[in-house]
Design a binder for this molecule. Structure first.
Ligand SMILES: *Cc1c(COP(=O)(O)O)cnc(C)c1O
Length: 462
């Protein structure tokens, strides 16, 4: 198994290289050269297995023998032992055939833990094997930083520096990052906004000379290993509901498209899926593209579901590559046009996408209405991201005999603002986190100056 770029011009890489590499050198994203298959028997044999064992079986072909089986099993087991629910990602039945797949039982209460708990350990494994160390840098507006920190805190060969805008992230989000006191974790509060923080991280990747040759690694959602880890819960949940003997549908609150693309990979591997419903908030590029063939950027809107606030959906390129029948040149040309002006997909690729994907966009007023309505009907308090999924699933449900699985991407306590706006008194943090507001914090405030940030990183990395 090799990995190739969606734009067709970058060298093919091994699994190890793809884990250590972000974007391909031609600006594309890496995807596996062939899609491994899960046969009817493979799926049937998974009934009753633990999440970690299913994860091992689903991911094994992507790892391609580059980690021996026992070591990889151990890595997977450790990654998912950090989840507070024994089922790792439990299914919660809402009504006759609508289920929530709870992806928020990891250390930071959102689904990104599923991928980042694994990615940190994979990076550490490969770095140890090479006798190398690496530095991770990232900017966060609050949410993904903590999942990255939790994923790396136990990694001997990694130092992680996460920049957040000083006094501009919520207290819960800040404390989820700054209360991790591990020696290899550095939180930097930038006296500026998120864009300033992001710009400094980008500039550091563009010129890494300040690290004197140490590798700088990104753990953003274009890393293939993150997609790979997310394939697993599609398979595990479908098997729990009767796959391969019956089909299921999935509804996925989406932004950068990493999550739902992983579902599509599960489908391509052989999981029987009726269809995928893509839910967006008011930042609806995915919905506009699928419904109206309007593939264009629009102004960013700040919504009640902030982890889905995006202008461009980076992982959508991976799906376009499939829709354009793996014609890297066509994908490169389309995306070049897209950067410059509003554009549209060609007819054949668009109809291919519409065979498998439906979409629905949900605005803020509707998010609040859905949180109230879902509580009334099911007693569940949904987080605002999951609420977009709930509404889209209800709208696009289709064949009533096919179970609909809506991915619950965050715990409602993490996004209490929307829950309170919907008229609830708030949601308590789960028991293992209820002392979060008393924990000791550590972070460094720095001016929004590239030189100051780079000096801090260079001096503190181990
Ligand atoms: C990141 C995130 C999403 C969007 O996932 P993508 O993979 O970017 O589509 C949805 N909900 C929550 C809570 C998230 O953190």
């Amino acid at each position: 198994m090799r990995y190739i770029s969606t734009r067709g011009q970058a060298p093919a890489l091994s699994f190890e290289e793809v884990v250590l590499t972000g974007m391909a050198s031609d600006g594309g994203l890496y995807v596996p050269e062939t899609v491994p298959s899960l046969s009817h028997d493979d799926l049937a044999d998974m009934a009753g297995l633990s999440y970690a064992e299913i994860a091992f079986r689903v991911m094994r072909p992507y790892v391609n023998g580059e980690i021996d089986d026992e070591t990889f099993r151990g890595i997977v087991r450790d990654a998912y032992a950090t989840f507070s629910h024994d089922a790792v990602v439990p299914l919660n039945q809402l009504d006759a055939n609508h289920f929530l797949l709870e992806l928020f039982h990891g250390p930071t209460l959102a689904f990104k833990d599923v991928a980042l708990q694994l990615l940190g350990r994979l990076l550490d494994h490969f770095l140890a094997k090479r006798g190398e160390r690496a530095v991770i840098m990232g900017a966060t507006s609050g949410d993904t930083g903590s999942a990255a920190i939790e994923g790396c805190r136990h990694c001997d060969n990694l130092d992680i520096f996460i920049l957040h805008p000083y006094q501009r992230v919520s207290e819960v989000q800040r404390r989820q990052m700054t209360s991790v006191l591990a020696d290899n974790v550095f939180n930097i509060a930038i006296e500026g906004n998120f864009d300033d923080a992001q710009a400094m991280v980008k500039a550091s990747f563009a010129d890494q000379s300040f690290l004197n040759g140490t590798r700088l690694v990104a753990v953003n959602s274009i890393n293939w290993a993150r997609i790979m880890a997310q394939i697993v819960y599609y398979v595990a949940s479908a098997v729990a509901l009767g796959a391969p003997h019956r089909k299921v549908s999935f509804c996925v609150p989406s932004a950068n498209f990493g999550n739902v693309f992983a579902g599509y990979m599960a489908f391509r591997m052989g999981l029987p899926v009726e269809r995928f419903v893509i839910a967006t908030n008011a930042n609806d590029i995915l919905h506009r593209t699928l419904a109206d063939n309007d593939f264009s950027k629009q102004e960013l809107v700040a919504t009640l579901a902030p982890s889905m606030d995006i202008v461009v959906s980076s992982n959508f390129e991976r799906l376009l590559f499939e829709a354009y029948e793996r014609d890297g040149a066509a994908v490169a040309a389309l995306l070049e046009r897209f950067q410059a002006e509003p554009t549209a997909l060609a007819d054949a690729p668009l109809s291919r996408l519409r065979e498998t994907f439906a979409s629905h966009s949900v605005d803020d007023a509707t998010i609040l209405e859905v949180i109230r309505e879902a509580h009334h009907r099911t007693q569940e308090i949904l987080d605002p991201h999951t609420a977009t999924g709930y509404r889209a699933a209800e709208r696009e449900r289709g064949d009533e005999s096919v179970p609909m699985i809506t991915l619950a991407t965050a715990h409602p306590a993490k996004f209490a603002e929307a829950v309170v706006k919907a008229g609830f008194p708030g949601v308590p943090l789960p028991p293992h986190m209820d002392d979060l507001l008393e924990r000791e914090e550590r972070y460094t405030v720095l001016p929004a100056e590239l030189a100051a940030v780079q000096r801090f990183v260079a001096e503190n990395r181990r």
